[in-house]
Write a protein that binds this ligand. Sequence first.
Ligand code: 5RP
Length: 225
Amino acid sequence: MTQDELKQAVARAAIDYVVDGEIIGVGTGSTANFFIDELATIKDRIKGTVASSEATAARLRGHGIPVFDLNEVESIAVYIDGADEITDTGAMIKGGGAALTREKIVASVSKQFVCIADGSKLVASLGSFPLPVEVIPMARAAVMRQLAALGGQPRLRTKAGGIEPFITDNGGEIVDVVGLQIADPVALETQINGIVGVIAVGLFAQRGANVCLLGMADGVKTLTF
Ligand code: 5RP
């Protein structure tokens, strides 16, 4: 099976976690896109969605699926999203698609977090994937110095093929930190959240996944945490 076929298989399996008549939180990225396409086939069963990025909102609307502002919504039954890395305790690195802040916000108000990923995303410990940190642009250099002091090599994410900083949906910039040994994801999340100028860090450990659907060659494996 190709990686896309594995992503499609977990996206399809995630439909079992959609709660009828409820609001569904929807993540960002290629796996989330497969999920949106599956969700379109049962769109009449749900009240609507809250999107974790402008790109996701546009894809949902393109399928005729209602998208609510989070401020209009009291609760979200389930949040379904991909990950860049996930451990067997449900801690994740996310933000490869630069949507980490809104992903974290939507996940934080969701009753359940279902991670959907191809099997390559399961790791023994987090940190091979560069850790994304969204920052206020004027604080970029100061935050990068503090991230370097933690032992990583911070790199400013740029627009494809250029030197201009990549700008997020929130007007922030992304610093990707290479080379961090993440032995204690909860502690590191707290530490990086405490750096002034950080909007959010792509460590999802304090609020990790409740379930992970992993696409493997022999089928979809379900991990619960
Ligand atoms: C976006 C994310 C994505 O969930 C993560 O990058 C995985 O993406 P993909 O499903 O394309 O592998 O965190 O900010």
